[in-house]
Design a protein around this ligand. Structure first.
Ligand code: SR1
Ligand code: MG
Length: 418
């Protein structure tokens, strides 16, 4: 451990050589290590260090938001919450997160597994790659984490310990509170969108009282509904995968919050990828089949998550809430089956609304997504973005009246064909 300084090639080599696991992973000859800074995210430094025997990734927090610059300070402690969340995830959802080799709290730095030949899922979606394991794996990850850290699964004390441990991750939650729930609905200085064709929609959202009320109700829910330990930023840029292996990365926004926030992030980002496809067709041929694959993932993620969450709940006897002993007889079991259905219906509505909010913030807010940004034709990009906003608004204001996930994908299809 040492006083914080942003690492570079020269400082990283001697630092890594002192970590017991690293020389074995990279090969002992430090002079043959190759260090590359590859971070293209919004916040951090990310190094790939390759040696003769293998490679590691070093992720280091910067004391400010990389996307904006030093004018926006951000606590280094986010690295501690990321490490803490990764440890919980490795315990409850083994095999679905990268291996961690070392954490240095003072340097705000995590040394972890170099995932290869994995790529960031969002980049794969832009290229039109199908991932047969994704829906199953991400649903398993979410069910295990979001059930397993709730009081449906265990005693009050560890749950309240998690709430207390993650409560100080205030600055990162504040980013979500502002950028997801508030800024897209007001004239915020950091909002941006490229196409003048979106001016009218952005303006109409700012005057849309039902939309603003629904967004703020969801913000209140995000800030107060401490259901489970969230990943907190579960978009397709937080997934690295191959067709046969899926890993969830980057939980620095972890906090205890509403379960639907994580599920909605996955669904919303799949739907952003869906609406972006028509903007990529000119260079990559027709993508009708791929569009349908994306909608099938929306359906499968929700259905599989629901199925796994219910199964974990049904098989658990340790929950502090809905004490299993009270429902042991046949009548109790039947009552609980109804109750679980009611609970999942509420989670579905929450997930749909959060999905919509996550879509809107990626079009009208500060932080955008490559799916849409990489569309080179401004008119096509604006069309994709308008369609995404149209569906998103319906999800936010109309979540309670949705009949199910098939209605969501059906609406997406209709909007795409308009
Ligand atoms: C200022 S940080 C902007 C966004 O990047 C992260 O990925 C989060 O989604 C955050 O809201
Ligand atoms: Mg991230």
């Amino acid at each position: 451990s040492a006083t914080y300084r942003p690492m570079d090639d020269a400082s990283l080599r001697p630092f890594l050589s002192t970590i017991p696991a690293v020389p074995d992973l990279l090969g002992a000859d430090q002079a043959r290590w190759r260090v590359r800074e590859v971070g293209d995210g919004n916040l951090n430094l990310v190094f790939i260090v390759e040696g003769t025997e293998g490679a590691v990734v070093v992720k280091q927090a910067l004391p400010y938001v990389r996307l904006v610059g030093e004018s926006w300070p951000l606590p280094l402690e986010r690295s501690h919450y990321e490490h803490r969340a990764l440890c919980e995830q490795a315990r409850l959802a083994p095999g679905l997160v990268p291996d961690i080799y070392h954490f240095d709290r003072d340097l705000a730095l995590i040394v972890m597994e170099f995932l290869s030949p994995h790529i960031i899922m969002r980049k794969g979606l832009v290229r039109g790659i199908e991932y047969p394991r994704f829906a199953e794996d991400v649903s398993e990850f979410m069910a295990r984490m979001l059930f397993g850290t709730s009081v449906l699964a265990g005693a009050a004390a560890p749950y309240k310990g998690l709430v207390a441990d993650f409560a100080p991750n205030v600055a990162l939650c504040r980013i979500t509170e502002d950028l997801v729930f508030t800024d897209p609905y007001r004239d915020a200085p950091l909002n941006r969108w490229t196409s003048p064709e979106l001016d009218n929609m952005a303006l109409s959202f700012r005057k849309d009282a039902p939309l603003k009320r629904a967004a703020q109700a969801r913000k209140y829910q995000f800030m107060t509904a401490a259901q489970a330990l969230l990943h907190g930023d579960l978009h397709t840029g937080s997934v690295m995968l191959t067709p046969t292996n899926t890993r969830i990365i980057d939980p620095e926004f972890a906090c205890v919050g509403p379960i639907g926030f994580d599920v909605g992030a996955v669904l919303g980002n799949l739907m952003l990828a869906y609406f972006a496809q028509s903007g990529h067709e000119t260079t990559a041929g027709a993508r009708d089949g791929y569009r349908e694959w994306l909608l099938a993932q929306v359906t499968q993620v929700w259905r599989r998550f629901e199925e796994r969450f219910i199964a974990l709940w049904r098989d658990s006897t340790a929950g502090e809430a809905y004490v299993a002993g009270l429902f042991a007889d046949a009548a109790g079991q039947a009552e609980m089956a109804v109750e679980r259905g009611r609970f999942m219906r509420t989670l579905f509505e929450d997930s749909a609304a959060f999905a919509g909010l996550k879509m809107i913030r990626r079009v009208l807010g500060l932080a955008h997504v490559e799916d849409l940004e990489s569309i080179t034709d401004p008119a096509l990009r604006a069309r994709s973005e308008r369609r995404a906003l149209t569906l998103a608004r319906e999800l936010v204001v109309g979540a309670a009246s949705l009949s199910g996930i098939a209605e969501v994908t059906g609406m997406a299809r209709s909007i795409e064909q308009e």
